[in-house]
Design a protein around this ligand. Structure first.
Ligand SMILES: Nc1ncnc2c1ncn2[C@@H]1O[C@H](COP(=O)(O)OP(=O)(O)OP(=O)(O)O)[C@@H](O)[C@H]1O
Ligand SMILES: [Mg+2]
Length: 247
């Protein structure tokens, strides 16, 4: 993202999400710029996946407003076409009990496109190291292979927004580097807005333009990644990155 570029992607105002009357997330204010990579870190149960589901329009907040591309999210907006510009890769991706190729092609198929005719299929799968697995049944894949198939399934759709919930949690260091490179490249080449949750604070540092900390359901701090890690203004952030908050 070029510095100074500020195009509205999401705006959240006074957003709260409750489950069974228990508030699990509160975000007073958050603005996401188009083309930025935002990493979200925080302890288990803090509300990270909940925030991602709201950003992916999979759930509605109980309070407050989420706007996407400058318009409040409600029953009519985003319409189907626009919703399809936002793709989420889940913490535990569920693949269809079909081949890898059919899984990667499924989203395209729903959009009336044929995966076999997709010009990016081969290079995408080769880059993710899953090209030789295309004919394999997804049920036979390792956890790390499943994670890379789920990422390929998202990237092939060329979404404007990519929402990634711990996309490398099952991967070895070599595959982590490979997936990070793919995310960076997609962001640089296509200007994809990326929101990525990670338990790996070094990944947040490597990959993101800004980093946010969620603690006990509260978005505590969102800062430029360099200052988040090297010169945190927020006391909770300082404690979190120094390991004083166990997670
Ligand atoms: N569908 C649901 N019904 C009830 N409670 C829920 C539901 N989904 C999440 N929660 C609760 O909301 C809180 C936040 O959950 P969330 O999945 O957002 O955490 P997280 O930060 O992603 O954690 P982790 O790092 O372990 O994935 C947790 O206490 C969780 O138990
Ligand atoms: Mg989670």
């Amino acid at each position: 993202m070029k510095s100074g570029q500020k195009i509205d992607c999401y705006t959240l105002k006074n957003v709260a999400k409750r489950y069974d009357q228990r508030e699990v997330l509160r975000v007073d204010e958050l603005a996401l710029n188009t083309g930025e990579i935002l990493a979200l870190v925080g302890p288990s149960g803090a509300g990270k996946s909940t925030l991602l589901r709201l950003l992916a329009f999979l759930e509605q907040p109980d309070e407050g407003t989420i706007s996407w591309q400058g318009r409040p999210v409600d029953g009519r907006w985003p319409d189907l076409e626009s919703r399809r510009q936002v793709t989420m890769v889940f913490q535990q991706p569920r693949l269809l009990k079909r081949t890898v190729l059919e899984n990667i092609g499924y989203g395209l198929q729903l959009r009336g496109q044929d995966v076999a005719k997709n010009g990016r299929l081969e290079s995408l799968c080769r880059d993710l190291g899953i090209y030789d697995l295309l004919d394999q049944k997804s049920s036979k894949l390792s956890g790390g292979e499943q994670q890379r198939v789920a990422l390929a399934r998202a990237l092939i759709l060329e979404p404007q927004v990519l929402i990634l919930d711990e996309p490398t949690s099952n991967l070895d260091p070599q595959n982590i580097a490979l997936v990070e490179k793919m995310i960076e490249r997609d962001n640089a080449e296509r200007g994809t807005t990326v929101v990525v949750v990670t338990h790996n604070i070094f990944q947040a540092k490597r990959l993101s333009h800004r980093t946010g900390l969620i603690l006990n359901g509260r978005l505590q701090d969102v800062s430029d990644t360099a200052s988040f890690f090297d010169n945190p203004r927020n006391e909770e952030t300082r404690r979190f990155i120094s390991g004083e908050i166990v997670y």
